[in-house]
Design a binder for this molecule. Structure first.
Ligand code: RB5
Length: 153
């Protein structure tokens, strides 16, 4: 898969480890920074990753900040983006099976490295179940259109 990855300063170190893991698993990584531990504003990195997912320039996105929350809020402003923070094996798996999550948001402060590795692998390998869940995800897309969130620049 082609995966865009971004973080703020709080997620900087975990992002490097996630990128290592993705390379080891044979994925192509688009690394969108940040490039140093200097404080930055997480929405800029969330939008950079989310924009690529939204335009289908990548298959998935992964974002890391202190809690995973700010990244999630910002990423979901773009159409076709389904971002959520996951915090254990079950949320990582269910986010794929039921929600077709295409942007995984991770907390650098609250999750251990081994858990993050396991969650990322699970999240990448779990397919969307479709069926009744596809109808619900499609409903979310309709809501985006109704509220004027569109694919226009
Ligand atoms: C940065 O201090 C922090 O607010 C950010 O990493 C993230 O946790 C926001 O949701």
């Amino acid at each position: 898969m082609r995966i865009a990855v971004g973080s703020d300063h709080r997620g900087y170190q975990i992002r490097a480890k996630v990128i290592d893991l993705l390379h080891r698993l044979g994925h192509e990584v688009v690394d969108l920074g940040t490039d140093s531990p200097e404080p930055v504003d997480y929405p800029d990195f969330a939008v950079a990753v989310a924009r690529m997912v939204s335009k289908k320039e990548v298959d998935r996105g992964i974002l890391v900040c202190g809690t995973g929350l700010g990244m999630c809020i910002a990423a979901n402003k773009l159409p076709n983006v389904r971002a959520a923070p996951c915090h254990d094996d079950l949320t990582a798996e269910m986010s794929r099976r039921h929600n077709d999550l295409n942007v995984l948001c991770l907390s650098a402060d609250m999750l251990g490295e081994r858990l993050i590795d396991r969650m990322v692998e699970l999240w990448l390998n779990t397919p969307f179940e479709g069926g009744r869940h596809a109808r619900r995800v499609e409903r979310i897309s309709q809501i985006e259109h109704e509220s004027g969130i569109c694919d226009c620049e």
